[in-house]
Design a protein around this ligand. Structure first.
Ligand SMILES: C[S@@+](CC[C@H](N)C(=O)[O-])C[C@H]1O[C@@H](n2cnc3c(N)ncnc32)[C@H](O)[C@@H]1O
Length: 332
């Protein structure tokens, strides 16, 4: 079953997602410097492009986290065993790594209900269909929503033991301040003793990180340019997409891969849903994504400042990636 929190109650109105998209584009393109939130990458086309990126040799993140799950899921399963469990996943995509954990829980006969929450309805539907085939009889339902609005809706008044998965270094798409606010909001919605498993992409050789976000096939370029195509499709924009160039770089001081679409010339674009024209100077950038790369000390600090105790630290063999299991701590 799929609960769609992105649809408006009134069928004559634009969906909540389209309204929020228009508002975020208005705010982002009116700011200096210009930006668009990366969560809007994931329409049907963007979600398919991201699946392609996950299969590229340069995009090491998926393989590293899969290795962590293949080799060390027992450590996580030990912590999850016991009373029936509400297993929530924020932004699962195709859930490729989660399946390993679900299989291990099924093999242990651990009772659980799996609830993925994703802003991409197409990714969510495909995931639910594939789970039905792979795990007949599994109790699973999806929520199409932004992370926290989905979780708030799901956990209102619930007293079941809850475990939240936040894999693939999705947290790295937030700025430092946004991460703190997000983790504290999550903490507020959870109960003492609940668990959160977070994937963090660790700092490593600069070229390895850069290539993961600017691959030789151009899939990441297309993924970024799809944002402008999406504005044209969903918001009635008239962007000349070829008039923008994809560029990404690692900011060694700030600690994140930062991706941009850069205007090749002076130009403007009108967006019907906003009723406004936006101007771009020659070589003016629109920031499209931040992908923060963590130092071990960042992870310790984030947990400590937001009220969690770290229960387990799991790594792949090269220590490119870590999955960190945190317990919500509400005691004195
Ligand atoms: C980078 S992909 C990672 C997918 C998966 N976690 C993995 O490790 O392979 C991000 C996923 O999160 C979803 N997503 C991004 N921002 C979101 C938001 N604010 N609320 C809900 N889902 C979001 C996207 O649709 C996509 O499925």
């Amino acid at each position: 079953m799929l609960h769609d929190l992105l649809r408006s109650e009134d069928p004559t109105e634009a969906s909540r997602l389209t309204e929020a998209f228009a508002l975020d584009v208005l705010m982002g393109l009116s700011s200096a410097p210009k930006h668009i939130p990366s969560k809007y990458f994931y329409d049907d086309i963007g979600s398919r492009l991201f699946e392609r990126i996950m299969g590229l040799p340069e995009y090491y993140l998926t393989g590293c986290e899969r290795e962590v799950f293949e080799r060390q899921h027992q450590r996580v399963v030990e912590e999850l065993s016991g009373e029936p469990l509400l297993l929530v996943e924020l932004g699962p995509g195709n859930g490729v790594k989660t399946r390993l954990l679900l299989r291990a829980l099924c093999e242990r006969s651990q009772p659980f209900r799996y609830v993925p929450i994703d802003i991409s309805k197409s990714a969510l539907s495909a995931l639910l269909d594939s789970l039905e085939t792979a795990f007949p009889g599994i109790e699973a339902e999806g929520i199409a929503a932004d992370y926290l609005s989905g979780l708030r809706w799901l956990t209102r008044g619930a007293d079941t033991r809850t475990v939240v998965l936040f894999l693939g270094s999705n947290l790295g798409n937030f700025s430092g301040a946004e991460s703190l606010v997000f983790l504290k909001s999550l903490w507020n919605m959870l109960k003492d003793g609940d668990l959160v498993l977070i994937g963090f992409d660790l700092r490593k050789d600069l070229d390895v990180m850069r290539r993961a976000y600017d691959d030789s096939e151009g899939a990441t370029r297309d993924f970024n340019l799809n944002l402008l195509h999406r504005i044209n499709r969903d918001l009635g924009g008239d962007f000349d997409v070829d008039g923008f160039r994809f560029y990404s770089t690692f900011d060694v001081h700030g600690g994140s891969i930062t991706s941009y679409l850069v205007s090749r010339a002076e130009q403007s674009a009108y967006i019907e849903a906003i009723g406004r024209r936006f101007h771009f100077g020659p070589w003016e950038p629109i920031r499209t994504e931040l992908s923060y790369k963590y130092l071990e000390s960042d992870i310790e600090r984030l947990a400590e400042e937001t009220g969690y105790t770290i229960v387990a630290r799991l790594y792949d063999a090269r220590r490119y990636f870590t999955d960190s299991l945190w317990r919500v701590c509400k005691g004195e």
